[in-house]
Design a protein around this ligand. Structure first.
Ligand SMILES: *[C@@H]1O[C@H](CO)[C@@H](O)[C@H](O)[C@H]1NC(C)=O
Ligand SMILES: *[C@@H]1O[C@H](CO)[C@@H](O)[C@H](O)[C@H]1NC(C)=O
Length: 395
């Protein structure tokens, strides 16, 4: 009996010894397998994509719309690198947290580049049900991103060389995205069923809770365009833009706003002394707009004119100033909403901080540190033109 028991004990010890050896050996192997998506131990240079991301597919159903009176979405254009992904996630998180948590408006995300499955997955999972984000990437392979048919490539290249000291002056890509966002985007099938879009930009910040539905506000108040920051454009990017606008206005006097109309927006952009362009425009990295205006016949006719004049490529006309002048041509003051009550910040500097204590007490900004009071802001030009919605001194 004793010998059987000691035999059993020896067998148990042998098995335990073997198992410990196996465990130790596996551990050694496991910690030395390099970068194969298997190991996380002892490997601080693990690459970002480790084939763990399933293929991402856009929702097959139309994007879910929370409001029964209109369709709306958050829309942006991004690059595919990891800094853009980080910026996109930060901004989407803030949008979800400050305004979209109870509403669940969907997102539409454009890119000229191919976005990885990881990129799409990590943007999508910020929304509560993982079904509210549709991506339209690789625009560079489509007619939405590139030169106009009428563009002379050599003239475009000469402009890039000539403007190498100007911000984005040497960039072809900047001009393609500007052309897309100034006009082609509004023709893209992804936006065809939308009444309103909220354009946002990866890396920008929404710094206060928003207690109302800004889309519904636009609809109820009949607003067509909205903005948060107004500023001056760089002169060297637009030498001939305003002359072209005047040409369009005189050729289309039957459809553009007359300067005699006191409700027109001409005094927002005309310098009183020189009667020329004061370069003031609505920044559009945050804007909520009525799609029916931008895809409508008037604006699109204007965009075709801009496109054929080729100032995007032969100079460096930006989408914000192009859009703003289109707004001045066709809309009136009361079509425009200035978002006094939405806290917003760009590049950790350009800040709009609401002046109401009810709002700023929950913001991460100081009402007195407001870009609105900066000499480079031209909000005062908008307020002066009869939009007395906002006192420019903090209360
Ligand atoms: C440019 O030319 C192509 C091919 O001829 C045509 O299909 C397209 O509609 C044109 N685009 C514009 C904006 O005129
Ligand atoms: C722009 O081009 C000029 C002439 O080729 C050159 O001297 C200058 O260094 C360039 N500037 C920049 C910022 O690249």
């Amino acid at each position: 009996m004793a010998s059987i028991q000691s035999f059993k004990r020896r067998a148990v010890l042998r098995t335990a010894g073997f198992l410990s050896f196996l465990l130790f050996f596996s551990f050694v192997i496991w910690s030395y397998i390099p970068l194969k998506g298997v190991s996380t131990f002892g490997n601080k240079y693990r690459p970002l994509t480790v084939n763990a991301w399933p293929p991402y597919h856009n929702p097959t159903e139309p994007l879910r719309q929370p409001h029964d009176k209109f369709n709306a979405a958050f829309v942006t254009f991004v690059k595919g690198d990891s800094a853009s992904l980080a910026g996109l996630r930060m901004t989407m998180r803030q949008i979800e947290f400050t305004v979209n948590q109870q509403r669940h408006y969907p997102y539409i995300i454009f890119s000229d580049e191919e976005l990885s499955d990881e990129f799409k997955h990590l943007a999508n999972v910020i929304t509560p049900n993982d079904i509210d984000v549709a991506f339209y990437d690789q625009l560079a392979a489509t007619e939405y991103y590139g030169y106009a048919n009428s563009t002379d490539r050599e003239q475009a290249q000469a402009a890039r060389i000539r403007m190498n000291e100007t911000l984005f002056g040497d960039s072809e890509d900047y001009r393609f995205s500007s052309r897309f966002m100034a006009g082609l985007m509004f023709r893209h099938p992804a936006l065809k069923d939308l009444d309103y879009i909220w354009r946002f930009e990866a890396g920008t910040e929404y710094i206060c809770p928003v207690s109302f539905d800004p889309f519904a506000f636009m609809k109820d108040a009949g607003k067509k365009v909205s903005f948060s920051i107004a500023l001056y454009e760089y002169e060297e990017t637009i030498p001939s833009l305003f002359a072209n606008i005047m040409k369009f206005a005189s050729e289309n006097s039957d459809i553009v706003q007359s300067p005699d109309n006191s409700n027109s927006l001409w005094d927002f952009v005309i310098d009183k002394d020189t009667q020329g362009f004061n370069k003031c425009h609505f920044w559009n990295n945050f804007q909520i707009v009525d799609m029916n205006f931008f895809r409508g016949e008037l604006y699109q006719r204007y965009f075709d004119f801009i496109d054929n004049s080729n100032g995007i490529f032969y100079e460096r006309w930006g989408d914000a100033v192009i859009q703003s002048l289109g707004v001045v041509l066709f809309l009136e003051k009361n079509d425009i909403q200035f978002w006094e009550n939405i806290g917003y910040r760009v590049a950790n500097y350009f800040t709009h901080c609401p002046s109401s204590k009810m709002i700023y007490k929950q913001c991460s900004c100081r009402p007195s540190q407001n870009f609105d009071y900066d000499g480079y802001s031209c909000l005062r030009q908008f307020l002066k033109s009869g939009n007395e919605v906002y006192s420019i001194t903090p209360s």
